[in-house]
Design a protein around this ligand. Structure first.
Ligand SMILES: Cc1cc2nc3c(=O)[nH]c(=O)nc-3n(C[C@H](O)[C@H](O)[C@H](O)COP(=O)(O)OP(=O)(O)OC[C@H]3O[C@@H](n4cnc5c(N)ncnc54)[C@H](O)[C@@H]3O)c2cc1C
Length: 369
C-alpha cells in the first residue's frame, strides 16, 4: 500500500490523496466510516493513471459520484474510493448535443441543456447525482431515463466491438481535435499561452515519419487519379489526369530515395524497440490460421525471426502478463538497445545542434551557472 500511495501522490499530488477519509462527509445521508484511501483526480488522464496504479497493486477501487445513492457501513470502505464529483465537470454544447464530463452535476447539465434550447434532460434537473453516477444507475424521473438521452460515452464506444474501439483509437491518433475535445483533456497552449493549434500535434520532429507519410499520401493520390481516368472520354482531360497520376509516382520515388539517405531509418525516431516483444506474433485467429512473411521467417525491418505464439492466453499467463519474457530469435538485447538509444540520441542531438544558428537566440539561451 505504501508504494502505491507514493506513486499516487506523484501522479495526483499529495493533496489529492487522503487516508482514512470519513465517507459520511461524502454521502447524502451523512453516514459511513472511513475510506482507506480517498483520491480526487483532476482529469481523465490522472484518473486513468490512478486506476492503473491501484490495479497494479491489487487495491480495490470504488468510484464515488455525488454519494446520493450510497449507504456506507460504519466500518468504512477497504481500498480506494475515487471521487469524481466537484471536478471533471465540464459541460459544452454545439447547439445540437450536450457534451458532459462524468463529474458534472446532473442538475447543472439539465440547466445547460435548457439554456442551449436542447430538450430531453428536463426530467433530470432534480436528481442529486453526477453524470457518471446517473449513467451508471440509469437515473430517471417523470417518465424520462438516462438511457433515452445518452447518445454516446467513450466507454460504450470501447465496448461496442472491435471496429468501434479501433475507430476511437484511430480518432485519437489522426483527428487532432480529439485531444482537446475529449472529456477531461488538457487545455493545450504553446509556451506563450496561445491556444492550441493542430500543427503542435502533427509535428513528429522526425523526418523519416514525414517522408513515409508523404509516400502514403502519394499512393492515395495516385489511386484517386486512376479512379478518375475512366470517367472521361475527353483526350485532353485524360492526358492531364495521366500527367498528375504519373507525377504522384515520381514524387513517391523521390521521397523514398530521400528516406534511404537517412540511416538508420527504422524504427523511426530515436528509441529502439524492446527485443522482448518486437518479433512476437500472437495467433488471435478464431478461424483458419494463416502463415506468411508477417508471422514466419525474418521480419522485414529488424530482420528478427518471428516467434509464432499459438496460444496467446497461455503465454500471457505463463509470463505474468508478458512481464517476464526472454528475447528470442533476435541478436538484440535490452543492453544493446540501451546502448543504441544512447548512441542515436547523441547523433541526432549533434545533427540538431549543427543545424541550429550559432548566434544568441533569446528563447534557448542557456543560463550560466
Ligand atoms: C433526495 C434524493 C432524490 C433522488 N431522486 C432520484 C430520482 O428522482 N431518480 C433517480 O433515478 N434517482 C434518484 N435518487 C438517487 C440518486 O440520486 C441517483 O441514483 C443518482 O444517479 C446517483 O448518482 P451519484 O452521482 O450520486 O452516484 P453515487 O451515489 O455516488 O454512486 C452510485 C453508483 O454509481 C457508481 N458511479 C458513480 N459515478 C460513477 C462513474 N463516474 N463511473 C462509474 N460508476 C460510477 C458508484 O460506484 C455507485 O455504484 C435520489 C437520491 C436522493 C438522495
Amino acid at each position: 500500500m505504501e508504494k502505491a500511495i507514493e506513486k499516487l501522490c506523484g501522479v495526483l499530488g499529495s493533496d489529492a490523496v487522503r487516508l482514512e477519509e470519513p465517507m459520511k462527509a461524502h454521502t447524502s445521508f451523512r453516514i459511513g466510516g472511513p475510506a482507506e484511501l480517498f483520491l480526487t483526480p483532476e482529469n481523465a488522464a490522472q484518473l486513468a493513471e490512478a486506476i492503473r496504479i491501484l490495479r497494479r497493486h491489487e487495491i480495490p477501487v470504488f468510484i464515488l459520484g455525488n454519494g446520493s445513492n450510497l449507504l456506507v457501513r460504519d466500518k468504512g470502505i477497504r481500498g480506494a474510493v475515487v471521487q469524481l464529483s466537484g471536478r471533471m465537470s465540464a459541460l459544452e454544447t454545439d447547439g445540437t448535443a450536450l457534451y458532459a464530463e462524468g463529474g458534472a452535476l446532473l442538475s447543472a447539465a439539465a440547466a445547460k441543456a435548457a439554456e442551449a434550447g436542447l430538450t430531453g434532460l428536463e426530467f433530470a434537473s432534480g436528481i442529486p447525482g453526477i453524470i457518471g453516477g446517473a449513467v451508471m444507475m440509469n437515473a430517471g424521473a417523470y417518465g424520462g431515463e438516462m438511457k433515452d438521452v445518452v447518445e454516446d460515452t467513450p466507454l460504450r464506444t470501447m465496448m461496442s466491438g472491435k471496429a468501434a474501439k479501433e475507430d476511437l483509437i484511430h480518432q485519437a491518433f489522426t483527428y487532432p481535435h480529439f485531444l482537446v475535445g475529449a472529456p477531461g483533456s488538457p487545455a493545450l497552449t504553446d509556451s506563450n499561452g496561445n491556444p492550441w493549434c493542430a500543427s503542435y500535434v502533427s509535428a513528429t520532429a522526425d523526418l523519416t515519419v514525414d517522408l513515409r507519410s508523404n509516400m502514403a499520401g502519394e499512393c492515395r493520390a495516385k489511386i484517386g487519379y486512376e479512379n478518375l481516368i475512366p470517367l472521361t472520354d475527353d483526350p485532353l482531360v485524360k492526358e492531364t489526369l495521366i500527367f498528375l497520376m504519373t507525377r504522384e509516382v515520381t514524387h513517391y520515388q523521390q521521397f523514398e530515395a530521400a528516406l534511404e539517405t537517412i540511416q538508420p531509418n527504422f524504427p523511426p525516431a530515436v528509441f529502439q524497440t524492446s527485443p522482448k516483444y518486437s518479433n512476437l506474433y500472437f495467433n488471435m485467429s478464431q478461424g483458419e490460421d494463416a502463415r506468411g512473411p508477417w508471422n514466419q521467417g525474418k521480419s522485414t525491418g529488424l530482420h528478427e525471426e518471428w516467434q509464432y505464439i499459438e496460444d496467446p492466453l497461455k503465454r500471457v499467463r505463463e509470463t505474468d502478463g508478458l512481464l517476464h519474457v526472454e528475447p528470442q530469435g533476435t541478436q538484440r538485447t535490452e543492453e544493446s538497445v540501451r546502448k543504441a538509444d544512447e548512441k542515436l540520441a547523441k547523433e541526432r542531438s549533434n545533427e540538431l545542434l549543427a543545424a541550429t544558428p550559432k548566434q544568441n537566440i533569446q528563447w534557448n539561451k542557456k543560463k550560466k551557472k
